[in-house]
Design a protein around this ligand. Structure first.
Ligand code: SF4
Length: 327
């Protein structure tokens, strides 16, 4: 757990493709370097997996590919003429059945096994050019089973907007796992209160519904309340917040300090907000300004709002793929 003022972050449990920073298990005997994965190691409980090694393909090994056969897709190893579709589907099912509660996935981009999108599908084992792009076999199984969780590849996570959304979701879901394990209503009430601004940015409709569930006017047992809350929490985070929603929340927060700030400070903030609006800086750069005011003015109501620090500050990196705001 990493400390921040008055709060500890629960470590998210994240399944990761093992060739990303963990082991040289790629078909060519190499490992892939990922600054995002490396940076997350102290803050995340990683569960590395290499589906191709797990089904008995060695390292190094002849490459495999996805091909179209009739109406379906097959996973084949052209050099050995092996069809490993059944082995991979079976492994994916068994692994995902037994992995337990997880908060997200980081999978290797474009891999015929792990890829979540943009995986080349060839018309045949020997074809030179791909005919389409889909998910890899393991990636597709993950998406089908865990569609409500953040699932990204290391390539997409180089984009700061995608990364902020991913980190926000895994740390929020991890925090909720702790609430769930406690089975205490007062922990759920505190969770809802601390996430109010964050939920306001993500999904106002679900924020209201979650408030109704926590109020528990029907006096349901805590297990039922938590079950229903989790369902709506996942829906609330299903889509990244529109940047305009984030701006509304930040303007709402500005109202708490308005009387205390100098005109120049307000102008500086509004300028940062404009830079965020036009995609030149990430959300975390603007919330950092608000956080400094929360500390300076001891604004009790805001001090525990996760919106202002949804994940450990050490993970805030301004680096970006340069592909701008995309989700
Ligand atoms: S992409 Fe997946 S299957 Fe391929 S080496 Fe990496 S972990 Fe193994």
């Amino acid at each position: 757990m990493a400390d921040r003022k008055g709060r500890t972050f629960e470590k998210p449990r994240v399944v990761v493709s093992r060739c990303l920073e963990f082991e040289s298990c790629r078909y060519n005997g190499l490992m892939i370097s990922s600054d995002v994965v490396k940076g997350l190691v102290p803050f995340v409980e990683f569960l590395p997996v290499c589906p191709e090694v797990e089904i008995g393909l060695g390292v190094p090994r002849p490459p495999i590919r996805v091909i179209r056969k009739g109406q379906g897709l097959r996973l084949v190893q052209p050099e050995t003429k092996r069809d490993i579709t059944i082995a991979m589907v079976r492994f994916a099912g068994e692994f995902l059945d037994s992995v337990g509660e997880v908060d997200g996935f980081i999978l290797k981009s474009r891999s015929p096994s792990c890829g979540i999108k943009e995986v080349k599908v060839y018309p045949g084992p020997e074809a030179v050019s791909p005919a389409a792009k889909k998910s890899g076999f393991f990636g597709a199984a993950v998406i089908e089973r865990f569609f409500f969780l953040p699932i990204e590849d290391e390539g997409r996570l180089t984009n700061f907007t995608i990364r902020e959304n991913f980190l926000t979701r895994i740390f929020t879901f991890a925090a909720f796992r702790r609430v769930k394990a406690s089975m205490r209503m007062r922990d759920l009430v505190a969770f809802q209160a601390e996430n109010k601004f964050l939920l306001m940015a993500y999904n106002q409709k679900e924020l209201r519904e979650l408030g109704r569930i926590v109020a528990n006017l029907d006096k349901k047992p805590i297990a039922d309340v938590l079950y229903s809350y989790e369902d709506h929490l996942r829906s609330a985070f299903a889509r990244a917040p529109r940047f305009t929603s984030n701006i509304n929340v930040l303007m709402h927060a500005l109202g708490f300090f308005s009387d205390e700030l100098l005109a120049g400070e307000k102008a500086f903030f509004l300028d940062a907000l404009e830079q965020y609006r036009t995609g030149r800086i990430p959300l975390s750069a603007v919330t950092a300004i608000t956080r400094s005011w929360i500390v300076r003015f001891s604004t009790d109501y805001l001090v525990n709002q996760t919106f202002f620090e949804p994940y450990p500050a050490e993970l805030v990196k301004i680096t970006d793929s340069g592909k701008g705001r995309k989700l």
